[in-house]
Design a protein around this ligand. Structure first.
Ligand code: AMP
Length: 439
C-alpha cells in the first residue's frame, strides 16, 4: 500500500515509525514531516520514507499530492486539517483517508458542541455552561466561587484554557477571551467548567463509526516545569500504563464515557472514524471528561506505538472500513516512557537552528527510540526547528526501568538550551498501588 501521513511532529514520527513496520506498507510519504521521519525506512524493503514540502493545512495541495502518489491510505495526525474538513474533501474525490470528518471533528474543534453533547447524552463531565456575553459568564463563575476553568470554544493551539482560582482571575479570563478576543474567533463563545481536582489521565479509543476500542491508559505532563508548575505546553512527557488505575477501573471509566458517547453519535448521525481521545480527571465522584480530542495525543502516541503489538495499518484500515469488531488489538505488557526535550524558552518564544548532537549515541541504546518533533536537516546536520524538539522514548518490563532508560538516552543528546522535565512518570511511581494489574 502507498501510505501518506500528514503532519510534522513527534506524534507523526511515531505513527510513521509504526506504520513503516507493517508488511502492508510498500511506499510511504509524509507531508511535511521532519528530519527524523525522513530517515525512517520501510521494514518490507528498506525504502526511505519520502518527506514532501507541503503544509498540513494546505488541503488542495495535499489532495493533489495524494492523487499524484496514488495513496491507498492517508493518515491525518494533527487537529487543524480535520477541523478544516480534509476527510470530507478526500472522500469526495474517492480517496481513502483515516480520521474523523468535519462534523465528527467538532468534538475537538468546538468545546461548546462537546459540552452540550456530554450534557445531552449523560457523559460524566464537570458542571459547565456556555456563554457569549461577559455578565452571565461572570455570574456563572461566581456561582462556582471563582474556582473554574474558562475555555475558548475553538482551536487555540492548546492555549485557550485558563484555570482560575478566584473571581478576579475568572473575570480576567472571561474578559481576555470574550471581550479582548485574545484568541480571535476561537473565543467568540466560551465554556466555563467547575475546577476539578484529581489525577488527570488520557484515554484513547479507536473508532470505526460503530465500535470504540479502548487503548491502555496513559498520562501526559502538560505543564512546562517539574511538579506541574509553569505554563501549559503541548505536552512535556508521557507514560503508559498508568499503575494507579487498575484494568477494571479503566474498563469501567471507558464504559461510562464511551457507551453514552456511541449512543449519542448514533442518535445524531455522527460517523466517527478515528481516535477519540478524552482528557479525563479521576475525581472522588468518578471519572469526568475535561475535553474531547479527535486525534492521537502528542506525546501519548509515542508511548502507545512502542507498546502496540498489532499491525497499525490493519487497525487504521479497520477503523476506516467499520470492521474493528473483527480486528485484533494487542498490547505488550511493557511500560513505555517518553521524555520531551524542548528548546529554551518553550512554550514562549525560542530560537531555532541549534545543532543537535548525540542522536547516534542514543540510537545505540536498546529498547529506545528518539522520535523527532521540531527538527530539520541543514547541510547534512540535524538542527532544532521548533519548541518541542525530540520525544525520547524507552520501554522496559517496569515503569521505573523504562523511565531510567529514557533519561539515560536524554543524557546522550545535547543541543544549546535543551531542557526537559525531570519528573516524567514520577507521580505514578510514587502512587503505584496495583502494579500487578496495569491498565
Ligand atoms: P483542555 O484543553 O480542555 O484539556 O484543558 C487543558 C488542561 O487544563 C487540562 O489538561 C487540565 O490540566 C486543565 N483543565 C481543563 N479543564 C479542567 C477542569 N474542569 N478542572 C481542572 N483542570 C482542568
Amino acid at each position: 500500500m502507498n501510505i501518506l501521513v500528514i503532519g510534522s511532529g513527534g506524534r507523526e514520527h511515531a505513527l510513521v515509525w509504526k506504520l513503516a513496520q507493517s508488511p502492508h506498507a510498500t511506499a510511504m510519504w509524509c507531508a511535511p514531516g521532519n528530519a527524523g521521519i525522513a530517515r525512517e525506512r520501510l521494514a518490507k524493503d528498506g525504502e526511505l520514507v519520502k518527506c514532501v514540502r507541503c503544509g498540513a493545512e494546505d488541503l488542495p495541495r495535499l489532495l493533489s499530492l495524494a492523487q499524484e502518489i496514488r495513496a491507498d491510505l492517508t493518515v491525518v495526525g494533527p487537529d487543524n486539517p480535520l477541523a478544516l474538513g480534509i476527510v470530507d474533501l478526500f472522500e469526495a474525490s474517492g480517496l481513502r483517508i483515516w480520521g474523523p470528518n468535519r462534523a465528527a471533528a467538532q468534538f475537538e474543534a468546538s468545546k461548546v458542541f462537546a459540552q452540550e453533547f456530554m450534557a445531552k447524552y449523560g457523559i460524566p463531565t464537570a458542571r459547565a455552561a456556555a456563554f457569549t456575553d461577559f455578565s452571565p459568564a461572570s455570574r456563572f463563575a461566581a456561582s462556582l466561587g471563582g474556582r473554574c476553568v474558562v475555555k475558548a470554544d475553538g482551536l487555540a493551539l492548546g492555549k485557550g484554557v485558563l484555570v482560575c482560582r478566584d473571581m478576579a482571575q475568572a473575570d480576567e479570563a472571561i474578559n481576555e477571551i470574550l471581550v479582548k478576543k485574545s484568541f480571535g474567533d476561537a473565543g467568540v463563545k466560551i465554556v466555563i467548567q467547575e475546577l476539578l481536582e484529581g489525577m488527570e489521565i488520557s484515554l484513547h479509543a479507536l473508532c470505526d463509526g460503530r465500535d470504540a476500542r479502548l487503548f491502555p491508559a496513559s498520562q501526559d505532563h502538560k505543564r512546562a516545569l517539574d511538579g506541574d508548575r509553569g505554563l501549559n505546553t503541548g505536552g512535556m512527557g508521557a507514560y503508559s500504563p498508568v499503575p494507579f488505575l487498575s484494568e477494571r477501573a479503566l474498563t469501567e471509566a471507558g464504559a461510562k464515557i464511551l457507551d453514552p458517547w456511541l449512543q449519542g453519535c448514533a442518535a445524531e448521525a455522527i460517523d466517527f472514524h478515528g481516535i477519540l481521545y478524552p482528557g479525563v480527571m479521576l475525581t472522588p465522584q468518578g471519572p469526568k471528561v475535561l475535553e474531547f480530542n479527535a486525534r492521537f495525543g502528542d506525546p501519548e502516541t509515542q508511548v502507545y506505538v512502542t507498546r502496540l503489538e498489532s499491525d497499525l495499518v490493519e487497525l487504521l484500515e479497520a477503523s476506516v472500513c467499520g470492521t474493528l469488531g473483527k480486528t485484533e488489538m494487542s498490547w505488550s505488557s511493557t511500560a513505555s516512557v517518553c521524555v520531551v526535550m524542548a528548546s529554551a524558552g518553550y512554550p514562549g518564544s525560542y530560537v531555532k537552528g541549534k545543532l543537535i548532537q548525540g542522536l547516534e549515541a542514543a540510537a545505540q541504546l536498546p529498547d529506545t527510540k528518539v522520535f523527532h518533533a521540531g527538527t530539520t536537516a541543514e547541510n547534512g546536520r540535524i538542527v532544532t526547528n521548533g519548541g518541542r524538539v525530540l520525544g525520547v522514548t524507552a520501554w522496559s518490563g517496569t515503569l521505573q526501568a523504562a523511565r531510567d532508560a529514557a533519561y539515560a538516552a536524554v543524557e546522550r543528546i545535547q543541543f544549546e538550551g535543551a531542557r526537559c522535565r525531570r519528573d516524567i512518570a514520577a507521580k505514578a511511581l510514587a502512587r503505584a498501588v496495583d502494579r500487578s494489574s496495569p491498565s
